[in-house]
Write a new protein. Structure first.
Length: 471
């Protein structure tokens, strides 16, 4: 590759780029995905240039015809990621010159690749954010389906991975939905930070010829109008860091969902079985049925964290304004978006193919002293101060452990000795279903509350589906 041919900037150079560096500095293998956004930007910019006299009305038609032709061509052939062009902007300009000659050479008037790439990326990310949001909608759809089916099904709830209190399977499923709902909001929010149009910021100082930036912004569908500082508009990437954080956080939540279900699928828990569609076997141990789908989701999460770290690091300490370091933003961000989306899709599939053993979950919810707090609450109702009740029940649990029974199964004499204050039928009062029904509070695990939350979530999913369909 020589300076004389190909590049947009050969004028003052006589020698050619070292081949190693030529390859090193290319961004086309990564930024070719911006091609259609770049064509959109070229369409709007040429229109703006026509308004200030760079193109006549007839010339503009020819430029637009060239853009349309190139767009149609790439829609059938795909974008040539391995072309010798340095980046997507050089590739598009070269192809337009090939189609409309001298007019194509005028299209970069008053523009820089710095404001161009900033604009292309925002346009492109709009679509990617939309796809991520709808992947979250789909995942929550599967979780809500589980919650609807099991809104009243008891299972053990854990803190410190020690049995704590009974919960319903539905309550567990909707807990994960809440986290993904915040991720979805964060993604949409990151999109909000991309609502202003950088085009017309030039390389760093703004454009010339009196181009109407507001019209350009409107033309490209930027709701926030044009950006207000050309240095910032070309040099900042915090909206990308924000998007990367939203993805890294969603991956972190996926990893927690994965960990829960991997534990549920152990022989020790046996709460869940993953179907064949998302399980794998062992090359050696014939009995194995491994939850690899969720394990890979959990594993890939750390790469998402790495991408966020890389992005933050690439902007730290950069002098105002554009620096070539910023080209690496896409290398970190774009694979992160792809990975996050595929983790969301695979987790959705894994939830869909996860079957709860409702009977086992229910019987396990009756074991392991998950009702000890409720026994203390019964003592409170009988007039014992809670702190004393806590101590009394602690002693009762110790005795029950020694005898190998549950609290409600303590022999009558032991019960009389340890809990003389209580007259109630403990079998009934400490049954998991009774314990669940007592958490009848907004946000609580009582089946009627979970049922109401399922209804709220179904409405929310309907709203999200509508949002996902509107660009
Ligand atoms: N490919 C570059 C990027 O993605 C845009 C080109 C800017 N080049 C330059 N020499 N100012 O950031």
């Amino acid at each position: 590759m020589t300076h004389a041919g190909g590049q947009m900037w050969g004028g003052r150079f006589a020698g050619s780029l070292d081949e190693l560096f030529a390859q090193f500095q290319k961004s086309l293998p990564v930024d070719h995905v911006l091609a259609f956004a770049d064509l959109q930007v070229n369409r709007a910019w040429s229109r703006a240039l026509a308004n200030v006299g760079v193109f006549t009305a007839d010339e503009l038609l020819r430029v637009h015809a060239a853009i349309e032709d190139l767009e149609g061509h790439w829609r059938t052939t795909g974008i040539p990621a391995d072309d010798p062009a340095e980046d997507v902007h050089s590739l598009v300009e070269r192809e337009l010159v090939a189609r409309c000659g001298e007019l194509g050479k005028r299209i970069h008037t008053g523009r820089s690749r710095n404001d161009q790439v900033a604009t292309d990326l925002r346009l492109y990310l709009r679509e990617r954010i939309g796809a991520l949001a709808s992947a979250i909608t789909a995942l929550c759809g599967q979780l809500v389906a589980k919650a609807a089916a099991h809104h009243d099904a008891p299972m053990p709830g854990y803190t410190h991975l020690q049995r704590a209190q009974p919960i319903t399977i539905g309550h567990w499923a909707l807990a994960h939905c809440e986290a993904f709902a915040r991720d979805r909001e964060r993604l949409r929010d990151a999109g909000e930070r991309m609502a202003e149009c950088p085009l017309g910021s030039g390389a760093l100082a703004g454009t010339v010829l009196g181009v109407d930036r507001a019209a350009v912004a409107a033309d490209l569908g930027f709701r926030g109008g044009p950006t207000h500082n050309s240095l910032d508009a070309t040099a900042q990437r915090d909206h990308l860091c924000e998007l990367a954080f939203a993805c890294a956080m969603a991956c972190t939540h996926l990893s927690r969902l994965a960990e829960d279900t991997i534990f549920f699928a152990t022989q020790e828990a046996r709460f869940v079985t993953f179907g064949d569609a998302v399980s794998t076997g062992s090359s050696l141990m014939p009995q194995k049925r491994n939850p690899d789908a969720m394990e890979l989701v959990r594993g890939k999460c750390s790469r998402a964290h790495g991408a966020l770290q890389a992005l933050l690091g690439s902007v730290k300490g950069l002098p105002m304004a554009y620096n070539r370091d910023l080209q690496t933003d896409k290398e970190s961000l774009l694979p992160l978006l792809t990975e996050t989306e595929s983790c969301l899709r695979v987790a959705t599939l894994a939830v869909q193919h996860a079957t709860f053993d409702v009977a086992r979950c229910a019987s396990e919810a009756e074991r392991g002293y998950l009702n000890a707090t409720d026994l203390a609450d019964l003592l409170v109702e009988a007039g014992v101060p809670f702190r004393d009740a806590h101590g009394i029940v602690g002693a009762a649990v110790n005795r029950a452990v020694a005898l190998g029974v549950e609290l409600q199964d303590l022999p009558a004499d032991e019960r009389q000795r340890l809990l003389p204050q209580l007259r109630v039928d403990l079998k009934q009062a400490l049954a998991a279903r009774t314990v669940l029904a007592r958490r009848d509070v907004l946000g609580g695990t009582a089946p009627n509350r979970v049922r109401a939350e399922v209804t709220r979530w179904q409405q929310r999913l309907t709203d999200w589906n509508t949002e996902d369909r509107t660009p």
